[in-house]
Design a protein around this ligand. Structure first.
Ligand code: NAP
Length: 347
């Protein structure tokens, strides 16, 4: 069930879950938390939302109308509350480090939204602080949980399309329609569409190929600086084993996304792969012809929350590792902070 503000449905408030669950607090209860995560918590079986924080206390109390028991105006209070076992950091990217460290030092498991931080040093610090405090660090790259992505990965691993040679992805939207006030401020957003949208694509392409990125070349228009974000970008990638990749992102186009994987014996292609609750069409092309498969994407945000709860409760192998999160940020660092502008390798 998906419910939005103003759309009161029968199960539109948090029910106390009696089974083995992990109790979450959200720092930065903004649009994403409200629009995507609240419906996900409503459906989740192993994850329960018990606390939120917003800078304005009265506003936080009002937003807790889903029957979320605790609301705070200070993240430091949220992380110390004994009911909170795991913290989802949903503040703007500049604050991720500060909020993740707060949670880890309070002994709470940490899930961090993308882009994970301002640079790879910050991500490494978050990971080390979590390790030191014996809590889990989980990069919240939710799109891995989309059923169409799971199916593409299964097909690649089955060998059906042969060894991959080239992977191509784009994710574009019209950011002038976004109400996020911080999106155009590089100090708070830590990047433009490459950080906001490209980080998802780097993550998915590493997940689908099963290979880390070892080389990066960037083209940003306009150039990224302390004063302005890029609005359009092409990033060329080389994956371990020689697979080539290309990613295009934009804040200036009508919303659309696509992934194409080209293997020795065939290709997989999908458009709008990240739309929740939609049926997406996966195209398989071979020398003999092509076949179309309809895949229901469901509400995959719930799958990520339940999965992280299982990692905590049952010690399951995480779908997103801390290392892949760090790798993701190293790619962003090269794109935004390297002075060469040419080809750079990752070690
Ligand atoms: N995985 C995905 O698919 C996905 C999708 C969208 C967003 N995200 C990520 O989720 C995070 C939040 O995005 P959002 O769209 O929810 O943003 P948002 O609605 O603008 O803000 C999220 C929270 O940040 C706080 N905030 C806003 N501007 C701030 C500022 N200048 N200084 C300090 N705090 C500020 C707000 O605080 P108050 O509540 O105190 O006002 C709000 O709680 C970002 O990291 C974003 O990249 C992920």
């Amino acid at each position: 069930m998906v419910c939005c503000f103003g759309e009161r449905k029968s199960r539109d408030t948090m029910q106390k879950k009696t089974k083995n669950v992990v109790k979450f607090g959200i720092i930065g209860f903004g649009r994403y938390a409200e629009r995507r995560l609240v419906p996900a918590f409503l459906q989740a079986e192993k994850a329960e939302l018990v606390a939120i924080s917003k800078r304005n206390a009265a506003y936080a109390r009002r937003k807790a109308h889903y029957n979320i028991p605790f609301s705070f105006s200070n993240p430091a209070e949220l992380v110390l509350h004994p009911a909170v076992e795991a913290v989802l950091v949903c503040s703007p990217p500049f604050y991720h480090r500060e909020h993740a460290l707060l949670a880890a030092r309070a002994g709470k498991h940490v899930m961090v939204e993308k882009p994970l931080a301002a640079n790879a040093d910050e991500v490494a610090e978050m990971i080390q602080t979590c390790q030191k405090n014996r809590v889990l660090f989980y990069p919240a790259f939710v799109m891995r949980f989309a059923p169409v992505i799971q199916e593409m990965r299964r097909i690649v691993q089955s060998g059906e399309i042969g060894p991959l040679k080239f992977v191509n992805a784009h994710f574009v939207l019209d950011a002038s329609l976004s109400p996020r006030s911080w999106l155009n401020d590089p100090q708070i957003s830590c990047g433009g569409p490459v950080a906001d949208l490209g980080s998802h694509l780097f993550d998915l392409l590493m997940y689908l190929t099963g290979k880390p990125v070892v080389g990066v070349k960037r083209f940003l228009q306009p150039p990224y600086s302390r004063e302005q974000i890029e609005r359009n970008a092409i990033i060329n990638l080389e994956f371990e084993g020689g697979i080539l990749g290309s990613v295009f992102v934009s804040f200036d186009l009508p919303r659309e996304s696509a992934i194409e994987l080209y293997g020795r014996y065939g290709a997989l292609k999908v458009q709008d792969f990240n739309e929740p609750n939609k049926t997406v069409k996966l195209l398989r092309t071979h020398a003999e012809g092509c076949a179309r498969q309809d895949i229901s994407n469901g509400y995959y945000y719930t799958a990520m929350l339940d999965h992280f709860a299982e990692v905590i409760l049952e010690g399951k192998e995480p779908v997103n590792s801390a290392e892949s999160g760090l790798q993701n940020q190293k790619i962003l660092d090269i794109i935004y902070h390297s002075n060469t502008g040419g080809f750079e390798t990752i070690n």
